[in-house]
Ligand binder design. Structure first.
Ligand SMILES: O=C(O)CCC(=O)C(=O)O
Ligand SMILES: [Fe+2]
Length: 295
């Protein structure tokens, strides 16, 4: 059974449930007002989005991305303190994490279920060790999620299973939740969008985060015009990927911090472990990564 936690749950509590089950619901974390203004800002973009071109994307499902470029309110979801506290804990075994993708998933009336998968298969099916998580994902319910309208289906606990498995709907549980609640799920848990057997749309907001040493699924540097990104708060710019991943990943020209392209006054770059790391620090980091698994 999927656990439900109250909106007051801490990042540590959410991450603990996530490590155990691969998915957990936090109820009522976003207000109706926030969601109303988000969907109003996004409406023109959703309207002109076409349906998916294959079964996985959903032939009756519209996926509208670029949320940060298109909606001011999206920042409140992307940077929600409870979400970031959960990512801080769940991905605490790496130097930094980043925004992976932002997307409204609107499953149209009378849609087939999506096949059950792991989101981390996006990384060219690399078989990450069981227990070594590279993603912390959210699906916000933009409408009440019910089994009938296509609530995301989860194979609870499958984050501990081997890679490459196939599951049917009978192995899954629907993440039923009210509008404004959010499903946290790992990149390693088997899941999929449910079949929508109703005449209404099922809207979700999928916002995911991944370790900075892997590539982003939605390219934030190109999805959000640079002039727009330059107006964002620094922590959001960092989260979008204007930062070094680990010691040297993503620097510009003369080893400069990539944030300098948005703000020429930035000269410092975030300190990160390896510049000054001793052998003992490195051994400790390696041990942390190895023990992240089932701890
Ligand atoms: O729409 C959903 O509920 C889940 C979608 C999903 O898992 C995906 O597209 O990777
Ligand atoms: Fe997925």
């Amino acid at each position: 059974m999927l656990t439900h936690l109250p909106p007051t749950a801490t990042g540590a509590e959410i991450a603990q449930a996530l490590r155990r089950d691969g998915g957990v619901i936090v109820d009522d974390l976003a207000s109706d007002e926030l969601l109303d203004s988000f969907f109003a800002e996004m409406a023109p973009w959703v309207e002109r989005t076409g349906v998916g071109s294959d079964d996985f994307a959903g032939r009756n499902t519209r996926r509208t991305g670029g949320l940060l470029a298109r909606s001011r309110t999206a920042q409140d979801l992307v940077m929600h303190p409870t979400v970031l506290a959960t990512c801080d804990d769940f991905l605490g075994h790496v130097t930094s994490y980043q925004l992976h993708l932002t997307q409204i998933i609107d499953i149209g009336p009378r849609s087939e279920a999506q096949s059950i998968h792991r989101d981390q298969w996006a990384f060219d099916f690399f078989p990450f060790p069981t227990g070594y998580d590279v993603q912390c994902n959210t699906i916000w319910a933009g409408d009440d999620f019910t089994e009938a309208n296509g609530a995301t289906r989860i194979v609870v606990g499958s984050n501990h299973r081997e890679d490459g498995l196939r599951f049917g709907p009978e192995d899954t549980e629907p993440a039923e939740m009210r509008r404004g609640s959010v499903l946290f799920y790992s990149g390693s848990v088997y899941h999929g969008g449910g079949a929508n057997t109703t005449d209404a749309h099922r809207r979700a907001i999928n916002i995911t985060y991944n370790v900075s040493f892997l590539r982003q699924e939605e390219n934030q540097y190109l999805s959000v015009p640079r002039a727009t990104a330059a107006t964002f708060p620094k922590p959001l710019q960092r989260l979008m990927g204007y930062r070094m991943g680990a010691y040297a990943l993503g620097y510009i020209d003369d080893l400069r911090d990539p944030l300098a392209v948005l703000d020429p006054d930035v000269v410092d770059h975030e300190s990160n472990a390896f510049g000054t790391a001793t052998q003992a620090d490195l051994a400790q980091a390696a041990a942390r990564a190895r023990s992240a698994p089932e701890s």
